[in-house]
Design a protein around this ligand. Structure first.
Ligand code: TYM
Length: 331
C-alpha cells in the first residue's frame, strides 16, 4: 500500500526552542518510521520580518543541521528549502484568488501581529495562504504541527475544499497531527502564553542552544506555585507552571506524566527542578553534539539542499500542472 504523505515546515528564524522540538521536530522524526515525509525550511515565510542576508543564510544551514541532529533522515525523507521550489509561490498566487479577505482577517496570529504593530507588511496577511500552498502541493495527508498552527491547517482545508468543489478532486484534504503531550509548550515565566522564539525576554524560553549554566538559571527561575505542601501533579487549570514542567520532562525522558507524578510524590519543587535541569542538560548536550557534527560539514548540508529541492520539485510540479490545467492556464 502507498505510504501516506506527511508535510510540515519550520521557519529559519534564529534560535529554536524546546517548544519547536517537542511540538514539531520530535514528531517529524518519529513519523518517518511509518510515512513518506516531506519537510521544508520555510525561508519565504521568514521574510515577513526583515532579514539580513548573511544571517538568513546562516540560519537556514543552522536549522537544517538541527533537523538532522533531531533525526530527520534525508535518505528516507525529503528536506528542502521552500524558496528553491518556485511552485510554492506559483500555487500561492492561485490560492490567493480562492481565499476570502475576511478569512485571513480572522487568523489569530494575524490579529495578534496587527495589534502589536499597525505597520505590518502584506506578507504577514498572505502568510497562511503560502502555508496552504506548501501543504497542498504535495497531496499531503497529515501535517504535524504545534497548537499555534491549527487555525492555519483549518484554513488550508477550507481553501482546498472550495477549490475541489469547483474543479473536482484536485487537492487531498489534509489533517493536523498534534503531539497531545506537548502541543503547546508554555513560557517558563508566564505559563499562560506560548514559549516563542521571538520572545524578547529570553528567560521565558529554553533554546536548544542554551548551555548548562543558562539552563540551570532558567529552570530555577521558572514559575511554579505556592501550594503547601508542594504537589507535583498535572493540573493545567490550577498548576500551569508545574504542568508545563511535567510536560517538558516527560518529552525529554520519554516517561509518562503519570509515572513522573508517582516518582515525584512527596518531593519538593527544588528536587523536581534539579531533576529537570539534569535531564535537560543531558538531552541538549547530546543533541548539540550531533548538531555540531552536521553543522561543520557545509558541503554535505548543501548537497542535501540541492537533492531535496530536486525531489520536491517533481512532486510539486505534478500538482501545479493539474491546477493550472483545470483552471485553463495551460494553452
Ligand atoms: P514555526 O517556525 O513558528 O514553528 C515550527 C513548529 O514548531 C511548533 N511550535 C511549538 N509547538 C509546541 N509548543 C510551542 N511553544 C511551539 N512553538 C512552535 C509550531 O507549531 C510549528 O509546528 N508557519 C509555520 C512554518 C510552516 C509550516 C508550513 C508548518 C510553513 N509552511 C506548512 C506546517 C505546514 C511556522 O511559522 O512555524
Amino acid at each position: 500500500m502507498k505510504k501516506k504523505i506527511i508535510f510540515s515546515g519550520i521557519q529559519p528564524t534564529g534560535l529554536l526552542t524546546l517548544g519547536n522540538y517537542i511540538g514539531a521536530l520530535k514528531q517529524w522524526q518519529e513519523l518517518q518510521k511509518k510515512y513518506f515525509c516531506i519537510y521544508c525550511i520555510a525561508d519565504l515565510h521568514s521574510l515577513t520580518i526583515h532579514q539580513k542576508k548573511s544571517i538568513l543564510s546562516k540560519n537556514i544551514l543552522d536549522i537544517l543541521a538541527m533537523c538532522l541532529a533531531c533525526g530527520i533522515n534525508p535518505e528516507k525523507s525529503i528536506i528542502f528549502i521552500q524558496s528553491h521550489v518556485p511552485q510554492h509561490s506559483q500555487l500561492n498566487w492561485i490560492l490567493n484568488c480562492f481565499t476570502n479577505f475576511g478569512e485571513i482577517q480572522r487568523m489569530i496570529q494575524f490579529k495578534e501581529k496587527i495589534f502589536l504593530n499597525k505597520n505590518i507588511n502584506v506578507g504577514v496577511f498572505n502568510y497562511p495562504i503560502l502555508m496552504a500552498a506548501d501543504i497542498l502541493l504535495y497531496q499531503t495527508n497529515k501535517v504535524p504541527v504545534g497548537k499555534d498552527q491549527i487555525q492555519h491547517i483549518e484554513l488550508t482545508r477550507n481553501i482546498a475544499s472550495r477549490f475541489n468543489k469547483i474543479y473536482g478532486n484536485i487537492f487531498t484534504i489534509p489533517e493536523k497531527i498534534l503531539n497531545y503531550n506537548g502541543a503547546c509548550i508554555k513560557s517558563l515565566i508566564n505559563p499562560n502564553k506560548k514559549m516563542s522564539k521571538s520572545d524578547f525576554n529570553k528567560n521565558n524560553i529554553i533554546s536548544l542552544f542554551d548551555n548548562d549554566f543558562i539552563i540551570e538559571q532558567k529552570i530555577k527561575n521558572a514559575i511554579t506555585d505556592s501550594n503547601y505542601p508542594p504537589i507535583i501533579k498535572y493540573d493545567l487549570k490550577n498548576k500551569p507552571g508545574i504542568s508545563n514542567l511535567l510536560v517538558i520532562l516527560s518529552n525529554i525522558t520519554k516517561c509518562s506524566i503519570k509515572r513522573l507524578e508517582k516518582d515525584f510524590q512527596n518531593k519538593n519543587y527544588n528536587y523536581f527542578k534539579k531533576s529537570i535541569i539534569n535531564n535537560l542538560c543531558l538531552f541538549l548536550n547530546r543533541l548539540r553534539k550531533k548538531y555540531f557534527f552536521y553543522r561543520e560539514n557545509e558541503k554535505y548540508l548543501k548537497s542535501i539542499i540541492i537533492n531535496g529541492a530536486e525531489k520536491a520539485k517533481k512532486y510539486a510540479d505534478i500538482t501545479l500542472q493539474k491546477v493550472t490545467n483545470v483552471i485553463g492556464l495551460d494553452i
